[in-house]
Design a protein around this ligand. Structure first.
Ligand code: GLC
Length: 542
């Protein structure tokens, strides 16, 4: 846990842990995780692991077309996850343990079964008609424009009842809400207040930049090769267009200024982080506003990078250069939409990534299971669940959403022994599980625990400045974190070879990805293949 610092808002120094609730802990024996399961595991999160906050992916009433990102009631809990009472108990227990709770908020679209949409689609004159985005067909009957759904195909679906098309940036079961309608906006802000009143500490805002589109519905141009910013992964056929008119319209900033005012109605530094897949740094940074919009847009630049010292440095420096003076950085290496970190970068590099995540400047967000190095699970075709895969083969996110293996026993401590979980466990769950790793001093779980402990107590790491070190061997990344009281030097060898680099004459090794390393002498450090370490150079280091 991070030592509290009364001069900084809690979210600046906190380490956040993302929970995908279907896969964390099942207490009802139905093979799907639930809120009571999260409550049961809070001791693991606060005491065993030592994180400061949890972000829980959606648990609201939902037909689960997109596993909860299709919300049918923003102010209730889906029975599969429990009840509002269960949520209140979770929140109280978390707060008793000094854990903050961030909930997901899905403002771009609701479920098509939300009563607002049912009413909206019922007639052209429905008072809720304008709460969603409706357009006439073109003269020839075709779709209003060329906007595409991220999950494949046109973003428009024809509705027989009123003979108009409605917009859905994702599934047809996820109609886009119309944020240009003042009543819709007020109603959505009330859903924030509903959770703020219950005491939540913040919101992760789903596809935050999507909520404002071009009011003239201009066709999108074909995509040109990216000329600036950074590369991310492919989103299949969706990449063919540059979606400039279908999201991120400049009017979005006024909405986030108003949203910030809603948060500021409450005491306790209520926090917002937006899921913003924008890889042009200046545009990305505009979501901080003048310190009056989102507290942070998520920084996804390290999720899909070349695993090289030069490229990681370029991305971190890009972020640091783009940050407004009032902006606080953040880093993330995975989430419920991305291939697992241990598979993407490899098991050894996943350890170095742990060191980077918890020593770079800014708020880190961990993804459940990464602390035990869970790889992507190979989900056989007959067990697949992700609707994206059904519409665009190859896009499945199931492999990163499989249940958390807590023990080696049947059911892996996640669910009842005889229950088939909603997604299968990985093949190695028998040996790669929390219990097994806790008893292995060299496990990645123990690496994370030590890192969290060191980060929590070293002020240079949780609030200090960052400066890269220049004259290092090829393939080695190094930086100094410093504040008025102390310094920490971090060195990461991105290569498969041993590297030597000079160090201060006296220093203390704080941590290494090689938990059994020995032979660290003054003046020089030998970095093993893929090794990452942190040292305390003492107060006099220059
Ligand atoms: C976000 C979520 C993703 C979801 C999509 C539509 O990208 O992270 O899981 O499918 O929005 O809501």
């Amino acid at each position: 846990m991070t030592t509290a610092d009364s001069t900084l808002e809690w979210w600046k120094t906190a380490v956040v842990y993302q929970i995908y609730p279907r896969s964390f802990q099942d207490t009802t024996g139905n093979g799907t995780g639930d809120l009571n399961g999260i409550t049961e595991r809070l001791a693991y999160l606060s005491d065993t692991l030592g994180v400061d906050a949890v972000w829980i992916s959606p648990f609201y009433t939902s037909p689960m077309a997109d596993f909860g990102y299709d919300v049918a009631d923003y102010c209730d809990v889906d029975p599969v996850f429990g009840s509002l009472n269960d949520f209140d108990r979770l929140l109280a227990e978390a707060h008793r343990r000094d854990l903050k709770v961030i909930v997901d908020w899905v403002p771009n679209h609701s479920s098509d079964l939300h009563r607002w949409f049912v009413e909206s689609r019922s007639s052209l004159t429905s008072p809720k008609r304008d709460w969603y985005v409706w357009q006439d067909a073109k003269i020839d009957g075709s779709v209003p424009n060329n906007w595409q759904s991220m999950f494949g195909g046109s973003a428009w679906t024809f509705d027989e009842t009123t003979s108009q098309y409605y917009l859905h940036s994702f599934l047809p079961e996820q109609p886009d809400l119309n944020w240009r309608n003042a009543d819709l906006k007020a109603a959505m802000f009330d859903t924030l207040r509903f959770w703020l009143d219950r005491g939540v500490d913040g919101f992760r805002i789903d596809v935050a930049h999507f909520i404002m589109k071009d009011p003239d519905f201009t066709d999108n141009p074909l995509a040109a090769a990216p000329t600036d910013g950074i590369e991310f992964r492919s989103f299949g056929g969706y990449d063919k267009w540059d979606h400039i008119h279908a999201k991120g319209h400049a009017d979005v900033h006024a909405v986030f200024r108003d949203l910030r005012s809603v948060l500021d109605e409450y005491s306790g530094d209520r926090f917002s982080v937006g899921e913003i897949h924008i890889f042009n740094w200046d545009e990305w940074a505009s979501y901080y506003g003048d310190g009056d919009e989102l507290h942070m847009p998520f920084n996804f630049s390290l999720v899909w990078s070349d695993w090289s010292a030069a490229e990681i440095r370029r991305r971190v420096e890009g972020l640091e250069a783009a940050l407004p003076t009032h902006g606080w950085p953040n880093h993330v290496f995975g989430n419920h939409d991305e291939q697992r970190l241990a598979t993407r970068y490899g098991h050894r590099n996943a350890r170095a990534a742990a060191v980077l995540l918890l020593t770079l400047r800014g708020q880190p967000t961990m993804y459940y299971g990464d602390e035990i190095g869970l790889p992507e699970t190979d989900v056989p075709p007959e067990r697949r669940q992700d609707p994206w895969e059904f519409r665009v083969p190859g896009m499945s996110r199931d492999g990163c959403r499989t249940p958390m293996p807590w023990t080696a026993a049947p059911g892996h401590g996640f669910s009842d022994p005889g229950t088939e979980p909603w997604l299968p466990f990985g093949e190695d769950a028998g040996r790669r599980n929390v219990e097994a790793q806790l008893s292995d001093p060299a496990s990645i779980l123990n690496l994370y625990r030590q890192l969290l402990q060191i980060r929590g107590t070293r002020s240079s790491l949780h609030k200090g400045s960052i400066e890269f070190i220049d004259d290092l061997p090829d393939g080695v990344l190094g930086f100094v974190r410093a504040d008025a009281d102390e310094r920490t030097i971090v060195l990461v060898n991105f290569t498969e070879e041993t590297k030597r680099t000079s160090t201060p004459d006296e220093f203390t090794l704080l941590i290494s990805t090689d938990q059994q390393r020995s032979g660290i002498g003054p003046g020089v450090i030998r970095l093993g293949p893929n090794e990452a370490l942190a040292i305390d150079p003492g107060p006099s280091a220059g």
